[in-house]
Design a protein around this ligand. Structure first.
Ligand code: AMP
Ligand code: ZN
Length: 481
């Protein structure tokens, strides 16, 4: 039932490949984490829902998982290429606050979203500023052969490694249109691995190094933490698709330099066997941009009354490599779907889980396994779960075990939440439930009398208070705020 070989799409080869672990029985995964200068938006969280599904799938397939997610609290500039200011320094200056306080606040906010989305805790949350010494050692070991010093820092010469930029594919002579504002760079795509603090300036975060006082480059962090916690090569490196263009090619170049490896025809030379990228969550009006006032963070969804797992469901309904467009209607549909599942599961709550190898469930279990093994096809896996829920005249304990088995991968917490948890509960809603129930009862009576005018009037009255009556709701006579 779990015998479909796990196939994953490797961005390095642009192909589906069968997963074979570097260390038998183990899976070691590194996920580029957030830069904690602001709240994550829900697009960022899609990247971690994806990484979580990957991790859960590896566990389900029997591998002993070691997952690392880093926290970037230094080094990420306002532009992924080498321009601009450090995002953390910039925010701290704007707020006249300490960087450490900012990092702490937003790391905790991120962790709260991780928890709300039922993303499992990785084995390590690696914090970039805890790895400054190993970063300096790493840079020292590659500096002679692969780097050169300019006034502004130590730069990596991308022409010193084979196949630079293969992951991005689109790299051109001028380094993918990057503006070469740093005087003296040998190649437009060269990047700083150590940034010197300009003379006369003082940064909140700076350390001594052989190249002067300064701070590490963002790309250096991930190479070093991946190596320190997972070894070289490890199995899978993940991130959002934007990282495929600059951040990951640069990490790969550093890794090749560090291990003295050859070209990328051999994936392991990149530092990881697989590079996997989730596509973007998009939103038309630009509310995902952190620079706009009210951007789409998970808390906004919660404030509008949506249970955060509705957003997880929304993510799972799309394949991770497809773009996903956010809309409130889409979120609502995901909530209704989740609610249906939770209601079906409530009937199984008292049953003792039994053995799953029952012939009635074999087709769904097989379909489920084939789906997740096919590059994490969660949209199909969800339908397998729904088909299992619909099986009739079967022992509740067996059904419960089957659903738990599937939900261990999907992480919808179906046995951990109730229908009541999923009721829309906007923050600060002023209306009393009894009054709503009363108006609804009067409306039902009017409809029974075929008095549709009264019924519609009551509906409008409720609507004016923000209560939407949900006729024809498959889940029963319902309302929502
Ligand atoms: P950052 O904090 O900017 O480093 O981003 C954290 C993660 O979110 C990275 O893996 C990004 O690639 C990913 N990401 C950024 N924007 C989106 C988006 N709109 N949809 C999905 N993933 C995103
Ligand atoms: Zn990274």
């Amino acid at each position: 039932m779990q015998d479909h070989p796990l196939k994953l799409f490797n961005s390095l080869t642009r192909q589906l490949e069968t997963f074979e672990p570097v260390h038998p029985g183990e899976a070691r995964v590194y996920t580029c984490g957030p830069t904690v200068y602001n709240y994550p938006h829900i697009g960022n969280m899609r990247a971690y829902v994806f990484a979580d599904i990957l991790g859960r799938t590896l566990s389900y397939k029997g591998y002993k998982l070691t997952h690392v997610i880093n926290i970037t609290d230094v080094g990420h500039l306002t532009d992924d290429a080498d321009e601009g200011e450090d995002k953390m320094e910039k925010m701290a200056a704007e707020r006249a606050q300490s960087i450490w306080d900012i990092a702490k606040h937003y790391t905790e906010a991120y962790w709260a979203d991780v928890k709300a989305l039922n993303i499992r805790q990785p084995a390590h949350w690696s914090i970039a500023t805890d790895y400054i010494d190993p970063m300096i050692d790493f840079a020292k070991s590659i500096a002679d052969k692969h780097c050169y010093e300019l006034e502004s820092g130590l730069y990596f010469d991308v022409s010193t490694v084979e196949d630079y930029g293969r992951l991005a594919r689109a790299i051109t002579e001028d380094g993918e249109g990057r503006i070469d504002a740093v005087q003296g760079k040998r190649n437009a795509a060269d990047f700083a691995i150590w940034r010197k603090t300009p003379v006369g300036e003082k940064r909140q975060m700076e350390w001594d190094s052989p190249w002067g006082r300064g701070a590490p480059g963002w790309h250096l962090e991930c190479s070093v933490m991946g190596h320190a916690l997972l070894g070289f090569p490890f199995d899978i490196h993940t991130g959002g698709i934007d990282h495929r263009e600059i951040h990951h090619p640069n990490e790969i170049a550093q890794n090749q330099a560090f291990c003295g490896c050859g070209g990328l025809g051999e994936a392991a030379n990149s530092g990881a066997r697989f590079w996997m990228h989730n596509n973007f969550l998009v939103e038309r009006s630009g509310k995902m941009s952190k620079s706009s006032g009210e951007f789409l963070r998970l808390q906004l969804l919660i404030d509008k009354g949506y249970h955060p797992l509705a957003y997880r469901m929304m993510c799972l309904q799309a394949h991770y490599r497809s773009e996903l467009e956010f809309s409130w209607e889409g979120l609502e549909a995901a909530l209704v779907r989740l609610k249906r599942m939770v209601m079906a599961v409530e009937r199984l709550a008292d049953a003792q889980p039994g053995a799953i190898d029952h012939p009635k469930f074999a087709p769904m279990l097989d379909k489920f396994d084939a789906a997740v093994a096919d590059d994490l096809n969660t949209p199909i896996a969800l339908t397998a779960l729904e088909e299992a829920l619909a099986v009739k005249k079967v022992d509740a304990g067996i059904k419960r075990a089957v659903i738990e088995h599937m939900d261990a991968v999907l992480g919808l917490s179906l046995f951990g939440i109730t229908r009541a948890d999923l009721r829309l509960r906007p923050k600060g809603a002023q209306i009393e439930e009894v009054k709503i129930e009363d108006a609804l009862a009067r409306r039902m009576a009017a409809r029974a009398d075929k008095d549709f005018a009264t019924s519609d009037a009551l509906r409008d009255e409720l609507a004016s208070k923000g209560v939407e009556v949900m006729d024809g709701d498959p889940l029963g006579w319902e309302w929502k705020l």
